[in-house]
Write a protein that binds this ligand. Structure first.
Ligand code: SF4
Ligand code: SF4
Length: 62
């Protein structure tokens, strides 16, 4: 159960501060979601916040 960031990420840096469990960090090339930490916002929000705030729809469920 996890969202992922795909390579269309433009490194805007917006999503980490919206993640309730701090699952998102800057990777070598693009931002990354730790699948062991991401809870798909369950228990926090009705929608996945990273997907909501991403301007290029790079946070998706694969
Ligand atoms: S879906 Fe929610 S918990 Fe998972 S990385 Fe995105 S903001 Fe964080
Ligand atoms: S909000 Fe989208 S474009 Fe910005 S860092 Fe996160 S995944 Fe990348």
């Amino acid at each position: 159960m996890a969202f992922q960031i795909i390579d269309t990420c433009i490194n805007c840096g917006r999503c980490p501060k919206y993640c309730p469990v701090e699952a998102i960090t800057a990777g070598d090339d693009i931002f990354e979601i730790d699948p062991d930490i991401c809870v798909e916002c369950e228990g926090y929000y009705d929608t996945q916040q990273c997907a909501v705030v991403c301007p290029v729809e790079a946070c998706i469920k694969l």
